[in-house]
Design a protein around this ligand. Structure first.
Ligand code: SF4
Length: 327
């Protein structure tokens, strides 16, 4: 595989506290994004997925901060750039685009959507207002909005949820970024629209050669829309593989639990099996494997130290004592 467009190495994010030790939110996260491919980051709420995305965009707000590691966009460590710096502004929206969960809060209610798409084009590509608006109409057409010229003049509240999310996608891809981050891009949408938006994202990522990070809590979404997958639990990556390998042979008990809790395929009568317990809050005691309190296979050795990610197949790594021959 070619060199990664974006390489996250040893990323640790923490909550700084005035008179107490910081609380770790993510630890030792290593991820690589490649051109034209989609990496899905999966896990329950509170596992550190969205925080990882915000760290990549350098959008963490105090008391959150990057405590360790690097985020290299090609050769540039963007985690080291000062917040608000010109270098960072030149990257955000230009070289890295982001699609947020809720377009209604991400879009500005008082500007027509065409103006909002044109803004990034004028800022990053120095297009004139007229040229930027013309390109905004083309982008609305590209993301499947009918009557694009007319819709460019409408305000977000005049559009359906699916249309608003298409506008968000148009904004994110306007400058043809090298990296696209989509954080739960379909959570706020109904099921039929979800599939259309995910198809659109997949198609655009492939056609434009973007390296895409798709954040989701839903492994069903991963199966159809990603090439590689990293499963996060309590701020760590616990399993990483190609999507086909992960679905064929999930190795971590947490991944198996996520798969067992997927709704059954139509026509099959299997029952949903939710994972017992809940993700503990950040800062809760995490001696050893963070999943040990919920794991049916937990052994005394599991609490003795944090399991390392070990290879169990080509490009397939898992952090679990069940697969550690030295345990
Ligand atoms: Fe379960 Fe132990 Fe594996 Fe953790 S290391 S997932 S507790 S078997």
């Amino acid at each position: 595989m070619s060199a990664p467009v974006l390489a996250i190495a040893g990323l640790g994010v923490e909550i700084a506290r005035q008179e107490a030790a910081p609380i770790a939110i993510t630890r030792d996260v290593d991820l690589e994004l490649h051109a034209g491919r989609t990496l899905a980051l999966v896990g329950e709420s509170g596992c550190g997925k969205s925080i990882t995305a915000l760290a990549v965009m350098n959008l963490l707000v105090a008391p959150l901060r990057v405590a360790a590691g690097s985020i290299d966009l090609k050769e540039q460590n963007i985690a080291a750039l000062p917040p608000g710096s010109a270098a960072l502004r030149a990257i955000r929206g230009r070289r890295i685009g982001m699609i947020f969960q809720d377009p209604m809060t991400a879009l500005d209610p008082v500007y027509p959507v065409g103006e909002q798409i044109a803004e990034g084009l004028r800022l990053h590509l120095n297009l004139s207002r007229r040229a930027a608006l013309a390109r905004a109409v083309e982008l609305l057409h590209l993301v499947g909005i009918p009557d694009a010229a007319e819709r460019a003049r409408t305000y977000p509240f005049q559009l359906s949820g699916g249309m608003r999310q298409r506008v968000m996608i148009a904004i994110a891809i306007a400058c043809e970024p090298e990296v696209l981050i989509a954080d739960e891009p379909t959570t706020a949408l109904d099921v039929t629209v979800q599939a259309q938006i995910l198809d659109l994202l997949r198609d655009l990522s492939t056609r434009m050669g973007m390296a895409t990070l798709l954040i989701t809590h839903d492994l069903g979404v991963v199966a159809e829309n990603a090439d590689e997958v990293a499963v996060m639990y309590r701020g760590r990556v616990v399993e990483q593989a190609r999507v086909d390998a992960l679905f064929a042979a999930p190795a971590h008990p947490y991944t198996r639990g996520l798969l067992a809790s997927l709704p059954p395929v139509a026509g099959k009568r299997e029952r949903l099996q939710p994972i017992p317990g809940q993700v503990p809050p950040a800062g809760a005691d995490d001696q050893g494997c963070g999943f040990s309190d919920r794991c049916a296979f937990a052994m005394p050795v599991c609490r003795a130290g944090v399991p390392s990610l070990l290879a169990v197949g080509e490009g397939h790594r898992v952090a679990c004592r069940l697969h550690d021959t030295n345990a």
